[in-house]
Design a protein around this ligand. Structure first.
Ligand code: BV8
Ligand code: ZN
Length: 256
């Protein structure tokens, strides 16, 4: 992908216009959109835990080596997420889904905050913190949104349970990745929010959308490897910028 287009830096009005006139919108979010809900990002300050880098803990090798250590990291994150609320950035995307003719939310996040904000057409590329899966032959998977003492949790069959997320070096869920690619290639506006755009294959999606003719808008606190390619790149917080570019009337209160 060559940076042929002249990226419009901080052109909020252009981003708002493209979103308001879009027939089909796809969104890719990363840890940055949950930062204002108090959830540390992966590569920013707070991403480290007890001197461990996420990349060193979110791997099958780390779990095989020390399942209790990996579970202590996930349990800390589950407790943080349980206390977190969706922020204005999450809520803006929920409003957008309620008003856009066609809308798909693709997230790398495992915190479930998009669902809590009201989005429904969500593709969780990397799984979900609340799901656990047996590592023994039974492969049983269930939602365990409860405290998990003792760690690691055990399956009824006696095997250890692991977080049902995609670790580094693990294959992506084929159906989720397929649907995400379709949404990226069919949309006319692709929004990239709060991601450092360094984790693959998720980081391929904005380029696939652009190659298919979509207008790509990036919203991120810092520049990323994608910033020079986006049609519009907005520098700032999702919680502040998304409500500025998503100017739809508040969706009507759900009828009781
Ligand atoms: C796979 C789940 C193959 C676990 C995660 C090609 C090239 C290079 C490398 C690879 C490649 N293909 C594969 C790889 C290897 C690897 C990879 O990409 N590594 C990277 C580090 C180089 N990819 C994989 O291993 C993937 N698997 O390809 O398998 C395969 C095929 C067949 C058979 C076997 C194997 C699997 C990747 C999934 C890993 N799991 N998470 C968990 O969460 O515990 S990834 C992890 O990183 C999180 O999901 C996270 O969401 C994701 C991406 O990070 P970001 O979300 O972008 O977060 P980050 O902190 O980096 O950035 C936040 C951004 O927000 C920053 O830019 C910051 O400025 C900004 N920000 C902060 N606050 C705000 C803000 N912006 C706006 N507002 C704010 N308030
Ligand atoms: Zn089992």
């Amino acid at each position: 992908m060559s940076a042929t287009n002249h990226v419009r830096l901080n052109d909020v009005a252009q981003a708002r216009d493209w979103i308001e006139n879009a027939r089909s919108i796809a969104v890719l979010t990363g840890a940055g959109i949950s930062a204002e809900s108090g959830i540390p990002t992966f590569r920013g300050p707070g991403g480290f835990w007890n001197n461990h880098r996420p990349e060193d803990l979110a791997t099958p090798q780390a779990f095989a080596r020390d399942p209790k250590l990996v579970w202590e990291w996930y349990d800390m994150r589950r407790q943080r997420v349980a206390a977190a609320k969706p922020n204005a950035g999450h809520r803006a995307l929920a409003k957008l889904e309620a008003h856009a003719p066609t809308f798909t939310l693709i997230t790398q996040n495992v915190d479930g905050l998009h669902h809590a904000a009201g989005n429904r057409n969500i593709i969780e590329l990397h799984g979900n913190l609340w799901q656990v899966r047996c590592v023994a032959c039974c492969r049983h998977e269930e939602n365990r949104s409860v405290p998990l003492a003792p760690l690691p949790p055990q399956c009824a069959c006696g095997g250890w349970m692991r977080p049902a997320v995609v670790w580094f070096g693990e294959a992506m869920p084929a159906e989720a990745m397929w649907q995400a690619g379709l949404a990226a290639e069919k949309c006319d506006v692709f929004l990239v929010c709060g991601t450092s755009a360094v984790v693959y294959p998720a980081a391929e999606l904005p380029g696939r959308a652009m190659s298919a003719g979509a207008r790509v808008i990036e919203v991120n606190l810092e520049a990323t490897p994608f910033s020079d390619y986006a049609h519009v790149s907005l520098r700032g917080k999702c919680g502040e910028l998304l409500p500025q570019i998503i100017r739809v009337p508040a969706c009507p209160e759900p009828l009781i």
